[in-house]
Design a protein around this ligand. Structure first.
Ligand code: XLS
Ligand code: NI
Ligand code: NI
Length: 436
């Protein structure tokens, strides 16, 4: 079989002393950390759209990356070659999962029937490549935002015909995800949002979005798909106001529309920062509401206000992220999807490997750091100490609902001014540095 990445062999773990750029220094798939292998904890996935379909274009210029698999004259041949190349890449990298949008893997035909036929053909190939390699589908999704028909959204479009079209697409994407044994299915809002209230009936659009998701829940049951549904929050881009702004607003929406039992969240690092949150904040909020599902791992740029989708390399981020994920029991059936693309100037196929190796090593270090933080228990101890007042006396009586305002007034009149304690932020930050 033709090799699409002939320069690169299977990436092996060589340890921190290695200076081979095509080796893992920290990610050792079979190494056991806190009772599970690194591969089981981290559940890395490669995303199809950025890794194979993003060829470096930006609003000011076209593609910069030349790829042999993109070279065929016929669109379907390109799709087949790209799928072959993708599985070669997954295998050489040693990831166990991938993620895709329907339109990433097969180009649209002249009408929906033809489009679906094309999809089926490529899914046949994907299925056999999955069987050959053992690589599994973490989640599938629909691209209902690139085509011009979705200029005003998909399920929130003012046109019922566009709503119906989007439904056909999600129906098909759910079917192929199911067929490929997908462990989940993600809804990212795409253009579900608005630019101006002068032309928008927000109440109606939200009702339609919820109605659409209920139809998806019904269809899931109908076809017996038991993967996890995810909503992926993002505050803006492409629309000014995306309805799935952040974990908090998704949570409220899911509760309002009686959907909360059917969805978890797929939290993306760069979307968190666009919402003026940190990634750990969004993860923690999701976890404490039982919504922590999966993760789109990437990183934004402090100086740029859009979704730059860079590869994660910051060890503070990966450590704090894994600290939260480990303390919440890990993310299975979710995983860690690299929703990230290499920079416009990183034009070589080798750069795809460097990017993923770096991201995997950064998360492997994050995992080990976090495991050590948990084993040492210093941070947990500091938090416990800070809230110790709630364990006994008046604190315990408040938490167990034994006192009212009048009792609290009596208590303070007796005990006087509360005693304060330091938050010790600097000390804790110094301690954190010792784990990085
Ligand atoms: C875009 C989103 C998208 C989703 C999948 O910003 O991150 O890539 O993850 O539709
Ligand atoms: Ni994403
Ligand atoms: Ni994104």
């Amino acid at each position: 079989m033709k090799e699409w990445f002939p320069n690169v062999q299977k990436i092996a773990y060589e340890g921190p002393e290695s200076d081979n750029p095509f080796a893992f220094k920290h990610y050792n798939a079979d190494e056991v950390v806190m009772g599970r292998t690194m591969a089981e904890h981290l559940r890395f996935a490669v995303c199809y759209w950025h890794t194979f379909k993003n060829l470096g274009s930006d609003p000011f210029g076209g593609d910069t990356m030349i790829r042999s698999y993109n070279d065929a004259r016929n669109e379907m041949k390109v799709a087949e070659n790209t799928m072959q190349a993708a599985f070669e890449f997954f295998t050489k990298l040693g990831v166990h999962f991938w993620c895709f949008h329907d339109r990433d893997i097969a180009p649209e035909g002249d009408d929906l029937a033809e489009t679906n036929k094309r999809l089926d053909k490529i899914v046949d190939l994907a299925e056999s490549l999955q069987n050959d390699t053992g690589v599994k589908l973490l989640w599938g999704t629909t691209n209902a935002f690139t085509h011009r028909r979705f200029l005003a959204g998909a399920s929130t479009n003012p046109s019922p015909d566009v709503f119906a079209y989007a439904a056909c697409q999600v129906k098909k994407a759910m079917e192929i995800t199911h067929r490929l044994g997908g462990q989940g299915y993600t809804f990212w809002g795409g253009r579900e949002g608005y630019e101006t209230l002068l032309n928008t009936d927000m109440a109606r659009e939200l009702d339609h979005l919820a109605g659409f998701l209920h139809l998806a829940v019904d269809y899931k049951e109908e076809i017996g798909f038991d993967g996890q549904f995810y909503i992926e929050p993002k505050p803006k881009e492409p629309t000014k106001h995306q309805y799935d702004f952040d974990a908090g607003s998704c949570h409220a929406f899911l509760q309002n529309y009686d959907l909360v039992d059917h969805f978890k969240l797929n939290i993306e690092a760069n979307h968190a920062t666009l919402a003026a949150h940190t990634f750990p904040h969004e993860l923690e909020y999701a976890a404490l509401n039982g919504l922590l599902g999966s993760v789109d791992a990437n990183r934004g740029d402090m100086l740029l206000g859009w979704d730059t989708d860079q590869f994660p390399t910051d060890l503070y981020d990966t450590t704090l992220t894994m600290y939260i994920i480990l303390r919440n029991g890990g993310f299975s059936p979710g995983g860690l999807n690299f929703d990230a693309h290499i920079r416009r100037q990183s034009i070589d196929p080798d750069d795809l490997f460097h990017a993923h190796i770096g991201g995997m090593d950064a998360f492997a270090r994050g995992l080990k750091n976090a495991a050590k933080m948990i084993a040492d228990g210093k941070f947990e101890g500091a938090v416990r100490k800070r809230y110790a007042g709630w364990e006994t006396g008046i604190g315990a009586r408040i938490e167990t609902g034994q006192v009212g305002f009048a009792d609290l007034e009596k208590y303070i009149l007796e005990t006087g001014e509360p005693e304060l304690q330091s938050g010790r932020q600097e000390l804790l930050e110094n301690m954190l540095n010792e784990y990085i």
